[in-house]
Design a protein around this ligand. Structure first.
Ligand code: PLP
Length: 405
């Protein structure tokens, strides 16, 4: 008789967004006339920019001709895309990341969930709290975390780094030194980030303690302030203690198209073992490359036209962020984020729990957001709204929330 991976049974309940979807579906069934506005899940709403679509069409046509047809893509990504990423995202910013240190993938969710395969199960992981749930869940599935404490909504053997209004959402160095440190900056869900000096502190901490940082920069394109680094590799020494994950989902609207990449520097070694070689081996074995058409679309993101168009889209979303942030602030809410990220993080009013506030917004205002507690214990008492809606929906949502609130 076969057995199953019993680590799955340790996972508490379902994935956050399926819980939300179920509650919203039940509400809609009972109230079919309700005009529900969704500012919950972090999915984009604007269509993919014209120059990127044009590049995709061209690539589709190439696939229909014998001379330009492409079969299996190279496991690690086409040279044309790795070159342009290296140049635009790193070298132009004075960061020396070579094309062959860039591993093209189908997105940051897969990479951030799969990267833990490189590490032994005995490693202690640490996460900023609250954070994107994939880091914890993927480590639990791999058997890296043993005991869940339901009353505290946390795992006893994960080092949580609370990020709350009290510490300005800046994590403190843990006393118990972890082996693997996940940093998501700009942060999902709080929308906050670290300055370069603060991030350098984490790089120094990791280097001193023999830890590795998994740096998820999925929201890099939303950074607007000068002192905020765009890559962890801007910090001295990061190439020997960090891995960086990026996505085309939020900067170029590729959530349904699927493209991302991970940088594993050649300098990153555990003793004599190269993590770059390990990740290349893993890709070679388990991944057959992102599709040619999509990689051509990714290349077009970096063209002058593509850059202009995606900048306009980001500005559109950030205009929403401003409307949400300022509207809620005027109504007396404590509001964070929304400056370097498309997320607004707010303190729930009247000490409501995150889920109570979710129900209140859904039933009284017909607005869907995301309860902060779904991102970790320190998210309790907070709530996330996203700037990915339309201008019209965003304005309407804020007017509903702030009316008689
Ligand atoms: N990383 C973070 C922090 C995210 O918030 C998300 C999506 O919401 C992802 C990764 C997933 O990105 P992708 O669409 O590239 O899989």
């Amino acid at each position: 008789m076969y057995t199953v991976n019993f680590n799955y049974s340790k996972l508490p309940g379902s994935y956050l967004f399926s819980d939300i979807a179920k509650r919203v579906a039940a509400y809609k069934e009972a109230n079919p006339e309700a005009k529900v506005i969704r500012l919950g899940i972090g999915d984009v709403t604007l269509p993919i920019a014209p120059s990127i679509i044009k590049a995709m069409h061209k690539a589709v046509d190439e696939m229909g001709e014998a001379e330009s047809f492409h079969g299996y893509a190279p496991d690690l990504g086409y040279g044309f895309l790795r070159d342009v990423i290296s140049e635009h995202d790193y070298k132009e910013r004075g960061v020396d990341i070579e094309p062959d240190e860039i591993f093209v993938s189908d997105g940051a969710k897969s990479d951030s969930g799969n990267i833990q395969e490189l590490f032994g199960t005995e490693n202690v992981i640490s996460v900023t709290d609250p954070v994107y749930p994939v880091y914890v869940d993927s480590n639990v599935m791999a058997g890296r975390c043993g005991t869940y404490i339901p009353s505290q909504q946390k795992w006893s053997d994960i080092v949580y780094l609370p990020c709350t209004a009290e510490n300005g959402f800046v994590p403190e160095y843990p006393k118990e030194v972890p082996d693997i440190i996940y940093l998501c900056l700009p942060n999902n869900p709080t929308g906050t980030t670290l300055t370069k000096d603060q991030l350098q502190g984490w790089v120094d901490y990791a280097a001193k303690n023999g830890a590795v940082i998994i740096y998820d920069a999925a929201y890099e394109a939303y950074i607007s302030e000068d002192e905020v680094p765009h890559s962890i590799f801007e910090c001295e020494g990061a190439k020997s203690c960090a891995i960086e994950i990026r996505s085309f989902s939020k900067n170029a609207g590729f959530t349904g198209v699927r493209l991302g990449f991970t940088v594993v520097p050649k300098e990153l070694k555990c003793g004599n073992t190269s993590l770059h070689d390990m990740w290349a081996r893993r890709h070679g074995t388990k991944f057959n490359g992102a599709p040619y058409i999509i990689q051509r679309a990714g290349e077009a993101v970096y063209s002058p036209e593509g850059q202009k168009e995606i900048r306009e889209q980001i500005a559109y979303y950030m205009e929403n962020a401003k409307v949400i942030r300022e509207g809620l602030q005027e109504a007396g809410y404590d509001v964070y984020g929304g400056v370097n990220a498309p997320y607004i993080w707010l303190k729930t009013p009247k000490d409501m729990t995150s889920w109570d506030f979710f129900d209140y917004l859904l039933k009284e205002k017909n607005i869907v957001g995301t309860p902060g507690s779904g991102f970790g214990p320190s998210g309790e008492g907070y709530f996330r709204l996203t700037a990915f809606g339309t201008h019209e929906d965003t304005k309407e949502a804020i007017s509903r929330i702030t009316k008689n609130s």
